[in-house]
Design a protein around this ligand. Structure first.
Ligand SMILES: [Zn+2]
Ligand SMILES: [Zn+2]
Length: 353
C-alpha cells in the first residue's frame, strides 16, 4: 500500500504527523493532490477536545479517530475514476466542506448543506481532510474549478469566505440597514467586505485585536469598535440615534457576543448566529418575543455560495489581501496551530503539504 504524509488526529491534544495510507479511489471518486489547507477555528477547538466534535460520551461523539482533519483545502486532481466526466487530472479544484448524501429530503430539495446523512471532511476516516498530501473526494462531493489566476491564498480562502457569504445571505441586508459584525477573523473581515458590497447604510465591526481592527477598515467596515476600549452597546446606540442596529452577525463564538447582539439590535432586528460557541448561552429570552420581535436566524456552513465567491474574487470585488497571515509546511502543524491560536497578528494560517 502506498503511503503519504498526514497530520492524524487520535484524541484531544494528540495529533501526529506520520505516514498514512494514500487513498485509493473507486467509482465516482477523485484523488486530489492537496496544495494548501487553511486552519479553521473549528480545527483548533477539535484539537482541544471541543464538545461539538468529541461529545461528552461515545454516543455524542462526532469524530471517529484516527482521521485526518482539515476542510479548507484545495488542490490539483491527481486521478479520477473512469466514470468521472466533469473533471480530469490536472484540474485545480476546491471541494465544498460538506459531503452530502444526495438522497435525503434536504438533498432532494437542493438544500444539501442541511443534509441529514452528510459528513464534513476531517472527522471520519472515510472522509479524511486536507492536512495531508492527498485527499479522496467521494462521489457525492461538490467540486468547483478554481480560476487559473487565483493565488494559493485565494484558493484556500474560498471555503471560509463561502461560509461568511452564506451567513450574510441569511441576513437579507437592505440598503437602509446598519449591519454589525462581531468577531473579525478571516470570515468576519470578509463579511465586512461582502456586506459593504450590498451598500447598506453602515457596516460596523466589533473586534479586540489591533491588526484586525486596522484591516477591517480596508475591508469595508465604516467603524470598528473595540470592547476593551469602549462600551460597544452604548456606541451602537449613539451611532443609530438610540434605536440599535438592524442586523447583528455573531461571528466570534463568544457567549458575551450573543447577549450583546440581542441587546444592541433594534426592534424587529435580525440576529444571525454563524460563530460556533463552545459554551451554553444564557440570555434574557424575553427580548426576542415580548419585547423586540427579533428574528433569530442560524447559519450553517455554506449553501450554494462557492460559485459567487469565486466570481467575486475573480472580479476583485471580494478582497483576500492579508487574510492568510501565515504559511507553514504541513510537518510544522504544531507551530501553525500555536500561531493561529496565540499570535496577535494571526488572521488565517495555512498549511502546505
Ligand atoms: Zn472551517
Ligand atoms: Zn442528504
Amino acid at each position: 500500500m502506498e503511503k503519504m504524509k498526514a497530520v492524524v488526529a487520535y484524541a484531544p491534544y494528540d495529533n501526529r504527523y506520520e505516514e498514512y495510507p494514500k487513498p485509493e479511489i473507486g467509482p465516482g471518486e477523485i484523488l486530489l493532490k492537496v496544495k494548501g489547507c487553511g486552519i479553521c477555528a473549528g480545527d483548533l477547538k477539535a484539537y482541544h477536545g471541543g464538545v461539538r466534535v468529541w461529545g461528552t460520551s461515545e454516543s455524542t461523539r462526532y469524530i471517529e479517530p484516527p482521521c485526518i482533519p482539515g476542510h479548507e483545502f484545495y488542490g490539483e486532481i491527481a486521478a479520477v475514476a473512469d466514470d468521472v466526466k466533469s473533471f480530469s487530472a490536472g484540474d485545480r479544484i476546491v471541494s465544498e466542506q460538506i459531503i452530502p448524501c444526495g438522497q435525503c429530503e434536504f438533498c432532494r430539495q437542493g438544500k444539501y448543506w442541511m443534509c441529514r446523512k452528510s459528513v464534513v471532511y476531517g472527522f471520519k476516516n472515510y472522509a479524511n481532510g486536507g492536512f495531508a498530501e492527498y485527499v479522496k473526494l467521494p462521489a457525492t462531493s461538490i467540486n468547483h474549478v478554481i480560476p487559473k489566476s487565483f493565488t494559493p491564498e485565494q484558493s484556500v480562502l474560498i471555503e471560509p469566505v463561502a461560509c461568511g457569504m452564506h451567513a450574510l445571505e441569511q441576513a437579507e441586508i437592505r440598503h437602509s440597514d446598519v449591519v454589525v459584525i462581531s468577531g473579525l477573523g478571516a470570515i468576519g473581515l470578509s463579511m465586512c467586505n461582502i456586506a459593504d458590497l450590498a451598500l447598506p447604510k453602515m457596516v460596523i465591526g466589533i473586534e479586540m485585536k489591533e491588526k484586525r481592527i486596522r484591516m477591517a477598515k480596508e475591508f469595508g467596515a465604516d467603524i470598528v469598535l473595540n470592547p476593551l476600549e469602549c462600551d460597544v452597546q452604548k456606541e451602537i446606540l449613539r451611532l443609530t440615534e438610540g434605536i440599535g442596529c438592524d442586523v447583528y452577525v455573531e461571528a466570534s463564538g463568544s457567549v458575551k457576543s450573543v447577549r450583546q447582539g440581542l441587546e444592541m439590535l433594534k426592534n424587529m432586528g435580525r440576529y444571525i448566529q454563524m460563530g460556533v460557541l463552545s459554551d451554553e448561552v444564557s440570555a434574557d429570552w424575553n427580548m426576542i418575543g415580548d419585547g423586540k420581535e427579533l428574528k433569530i436566524i442560524g447559519s450553517h456552513l455554506s449553501g450554494k455560495t462557492y460559485d459567487a465567491v469565486i466570481r467575486g474574487m475573480e472580479r476583485g470585488l471580494i478582497k483576500t489581501e492579508g487574510l492568510i497571515s501565515h504559511r507553514f509546511p504541513l510537518k510544522d502543524w504544531e507551530k501553525a496551530f500555536d500561531t493561529a491560536e496565540n499570535s496577535p497578528d494571526a488572521v488565517k494560517v495555512m498549511l502546505i503539504p
